[in-house]
Design a protein around this ligand. Sequence first.
Ligand SMILES: [Mn+2]
Length: 297
Amino acid sequence: MKIDVINALCDLGVDVDGASLGPKKLKEKIINNEYINNIIDVFCDCSNKDHNPDNLEKNYDRLIEYTTTLYNTLINSKNNGNFSITIGGDHSIAVSSALASIKKEDNLGIIWIDAHADYNTFETTITGNLHGLPLATIDGLNNRLSLFHDGNYYDPKKTVIVGYRSEEVNKEEEINNLKDAGVTFFTTEELNTIGIENVISKAFKIASNNGNNKVHVSYDLDFIDPNVAPGVSIPEVNGPTKEQAISVCKNVLKYINNISSFDIVEFNPLNDIDDKTLNIALEIFNLVIESIKTIQN
Ligand SMILES: [Mn+2]
């Protein structure tokens, strides 16, 4: 199977600058091989972002213009029959990658590896940073963020978050959103108590409805402890070690024949130290490539 790498060079969804530079930095290290059909840059002008703290839908117009272009690029890639890996960019770009996948495949689940749930709505966000809303959007809750999509949405009952530990001030409201919708979430602590292999196995059972549909996987690098992966925009302490982060990836990739598409997001080179985060992102990327090579068509 041929692979398209879609570089989403956008950070309009977060106040902090820098995630738009992540894909470019990673691209310099990607070794082109026969399986990579194309590396497609989808550029964004992220200058002069709105930083007004009272604006609870910051850069909305510009973001929707960008995510529409990104969505169309992904649809084209899928029309050519290629496996798409989307590199972010802040996590709002996953609205395009996840919805393009379900537009083509109709029935999908989703696994969201992230320190944050990204399950705010326009009503519950307190920052107005729209990268805190994508998973709820993908589940059909924020339709103003998915105007480009005329297909169906993901089923919250087949939506699974792995690694949740955010201490945001409005955490309670976001957890209510998750519970109301019926989303399953595993905390970082549960990776230790239940075990990584068990958590990922349970996550796939739920997201794939016991293997009856494929799954979109979205890997946010802020899932990893900031001592190990400091190059993100919203670091969250008490995260998994590098070994655990790689183990989560390897366990997910055991199910490669049930994976429709993959994101690696939130790499922010401006916050990185000694290329630590770059090297982990690259390791995850290479693991995904190696797994896709084994897919039986
Ligand atoms: Mn995220």
